[in-house]
Each structure stands twice: as C-alpha cells, then as structure tokens.
Write a protein that binds this ligand. Structure first.
Ligand SMILES: *Cc1c(COP(=O)(O)O)cnc(C)c1O
Length: 230
C-alpha cells in the first residue's frame, strides 16, 4: 500500500466514523505524524494532498525542515514534549505547539513568538492517566494555567490535547477522550477560543471521533511501523 492509498483509506474511515456519530467530516482534521520517518514520507504525503503534519522533536524537525521549504501551504505542529531551552527554535520552526503544559513554557514560547512577530495557536496537553512516562498538565491545574495564559501576547490557546495509556483495545481510551472533552467544554465557558480537541491515534482514532475529536494524529496507519535507530 502506498501513502496515497493509506491516506484515502483513512479518509474513508474518518468519514464513516463521522457519519455514525452525526458529525461533519469537515470538523475532523487528519494530522500526519511523520516522526522518525525520513523527510521523503512528508514529501510523498504532501504530493498526495496532505497538508497537516505532526513532529515530535525540535531537533529532528529542524533537520527535516531544510528540505521542506517549498511546501509553503503545509503546516507543522510540535506534538512532542517541549523543553524550555528549545522554545526559541520551536517558535521559528513550527506553526503550532500542541503540547504546552506549564506556564514557564507558555511564557517563553510567547516571548519567542513576539520576537519573531508571529502569533501562534497552541494546545494545552492534559495528563489524564497516571502513567509515569506521560507528559502533560494535571487537569486540576488547568483553570489556573488558562487564566495565566490569557495575558500572553503572542500565543493563543485554541484547545486541549491528550495521549491516553496505550492499549490494544481502543475502547480503553474512550473514558480518557470523554474526560478531555468535558474539560474542554468546561474551560470554554471562560475561554471561548478553546474549540479544539486533539485526540486519537492509529489504533483508536475512530473512538476519538465518536467522542468529539477535532484532530486525529495518525502515524503508523499512514506511514507504517516506525523503525527507531539502535
Ligand atoms: C507518535 C505519536 C502519534 C502517532 O501514533 P501512531 O500510533 O503511530 O498513530 C500521535 N500522537 C503523538 C503525541 C505521538 O507521539
């Protein structure tokens, strides 16, 4: 199967999930997660019509971005953890950061965007599981962070993002997706710009769409298994 075939199949599955949950397909963006794969897969997906991409690491994307200058209508989001010493670089390279999880990172990113004369939409990553390895803000800290971020001049929070614990069974993720949606709906009362919900990956995006996802982040089902360097 080519990347174009996989894309077409994913769009069919997204359309079907939207139909079943009485949603419009235009509400759900498909983000192509190209981390670990070479830059060629981005170019191939772009040629097949894909415009929204997610990358996990600032350094990795910096190298790839040198080969992507021609793709001016594509957008690239950071979907991996952002360290405070990388906020300047991230502000330069990315169109959005979907993993803001502290005020310190938010402040640094906003300052960096101000210096670049750039206004950046961001998502706050919420940690809903108790796994050690997961990043994100505790849900009870969300109201305070959102309030503090209101004054930042060059970034705007447009939604929430989460990664539930990995499981074979997509149904395991449903309560996490439902909880993120509840938090978004609650936060939106005070912060009307919070419309987006980034949730769902290759194995559970159908469930995420049923629970209100506005952006599914798909890597493996589009580009195949990632082979990590030894
Ligand atoms: C790698 C990654 C994905 C894509 O995962 P797949 O299971 O390959 O679709 C989505 N979101 C985040 C945050 C990731 O790190």
């Amino acid at each position: 199967m080519s990347i174009a075939d996989n894309l077409a199949h994913l769009h069919d599955q997204i359309a079907e999930a939207c139909r079943r949950s009485s949603r419009s397909e235009s509400e759900v963006a498909l983000m192509a997660v190209s981390k670990v794969h070479p830059v060629e897969v981005i170019l191939e997906a772009y040629a097949a019509g894909q415009r929204l991409f997610g990358e996990n690491r600032v350094q990795e994307f910096q190298e790839k971005s040198q080969h992507l200058a021609g793709l001016s209508d594509a957008s690239f989001h950071l979907i991996g953890p952002l360290q405070s010493n990388k906020t300047n670089r991230a502000a330069e390279l990315f169109d959005a950061v979907d993993t803001v999880d502290s005020l310190k990172i938010a402040q640094r990113l906003s300052s960096a965007c101000t210096a670049l004369n750039k206004k950046m939409p961001v998502l706050v990553e919420v940690k809903l599981s108790h796994e050690e390895s997961k990043h994100g803000l505790a849900p009870e800290e969300l109201p305070e962070l959102l309030a503090a971020m209101e004054v930042l001049a060059s970034i705007e929070v447009v939604g929430l993002m989460t990664v539930p614990p990995w499981s074979e069974d997509a149904e395991t993720a449903r309560p996490y997706f439902r909880e993120l949606r509840r938090l978004r709906d609650e936060s939106r009362k005070m912060h009307p710009a919070l419309t987006q919900l980034s949730m769902g990956m290759s194995n559970d995006f159908v469930v995420a769409i049923e629970e209100g996802s506005t952006c599914v982040r798909v890597g493996t089902a589009l580009f195949g298994k990632r082979v990590y360097p030894a």
